[in-house]
Design a protein around this ligand. Sequence first.
Ligand code: GAP
Length: 485
Amino acid sequence: MVKLSELQKFLVDKAIIFPTAEMYGSFAGFFDYGPLGVEMKRAVKNEWWNHFVRGRSDTVGMDGSIITHPKVWEASGHVDAFHDPLVECKKCKTRTRADHLIEDRLKITAEGMELKDVATLIREHDLTCPKCGSHDLIDPRYFELMFSTEVGAVEGNIAYLRPETAQLIFVDFPRIYKASRGSLPFGIAQIGKAFRNEISPRNFVFRAREFEQMEIEYFFNPETRIELKPNDTKVNVLTRDAQDKGESHTPLKISSLVNFTSEWHVYWISEVWNFLMKIGLRPENLRLRQHTKEELSHYAQDTWDVDYLFPFGWKEMIGMANRSDFDLKQHAKHSGDELKVLDGDKKIYPWVMEPSFGVDRLIMALLSDAWYIDKDSKDKRQVLRLNPKIAPIQIGVFPLVNKEGMDTAAWEIYLELSKHFRAFYDSKGSIGRRYRRQDSIGTPYCITIDGDTLKDKTVTLRERDSMDQKRIKIRSIGTKISESF
Ligand code: GAP
């Protein structure tokens, strides 16, 4: 497992992901993606969109506004309840998330704990300031997580930057459902930025103040049964019950999760799992964790997270909540609009399953999963074993030497390949070095154009993981690469 400091250094040095505005000392919780990072991010988002939107006949896409009508967040409950417990040091004034202080020091989960219980634990265990070690901490209080801004020329016209993409889907549901001539079950998906004024952003992009989400709200009638296909895939599972007993995760078949949650939930767990396998995550670094009763959000009947074994431990990467009819009922109450839909001969408030992915967390997981140092190689070859679908560059094109017609032939091949793949042309340095450079950023294939290419229209195709080299016809390069996707 890669160390966080190693991964972070690599990502910053290669300008894949790095703190924003470094020349001004950066800006905690905000990050920029450079050329390779943005290619990978786009590829991950495209895979997700193709899988969950284009790949399904019951789901459509949308793109909602970021600065949102304040009533949306009153109805959703965010204005009243979207806050984290904050503790402040009297001496050095450092502000820390109180539940994280408890988790770090006492090794227990404190997320969702009531403020008075948080205060009691801090007092009873005499927890100290993480910065200066002082015992003098001000009693915890809640800190609002939504960023607000003022809209237009009228003072006090407060609006919020969306802290999740989900609510835009709920408020747009009636129009989209009608225009799509929808019937239940019906999904609406969205990819976009979300903003949270995190008290202590940490672990690189894992907890940022500006991040991106890929969310689906899947509307269904809870009285309709879903036919589950048997799924014997075994995954690491940590149920609510196991957590209450202090046990750790155990391997269970996905189908057997119907013993712990609804069939609709199991259906979505299975769909999400299939996607994670498709983009190449390693199952041993993943687990499904059911939320305990104490940590369930105000809107959730049940929630299962996909946790990833990050360099700093098991942490949430994806949340999958059963939101029941909470949101549509809230928006109906606050707007006065009728938000029921006809299902069969009955008008109902549909229930909602919500698979919610954090793009940045998924990218961080994919990168740390793919990180590999070949200890047997002389120069400790560093390889990012990324799935070709999401590698920032899919093929490197090299002329053996930058003359004698090899350069022009290589350039032509590069131009042709870049119409279909993320291709990169490199004519500088030894071939060995060029291969190593591409290995370290995850490029699955490289081709070298040499003297023979000009005679017999073949190139050397070199594979990243095995380092095998084969001679193949120029015209079969595309097929060869596509086959590996
Ligand atoms: N609509 C439901 C919702 O937003 P959430 O568990 O608060 O649920 C969903 O967020 C996902 O968004 C998380 O699983 C995580 O991947 C990502 N996420 C949440 N807060 C984040 C943050 N501060 N930085 C990066 N990603 C975050």
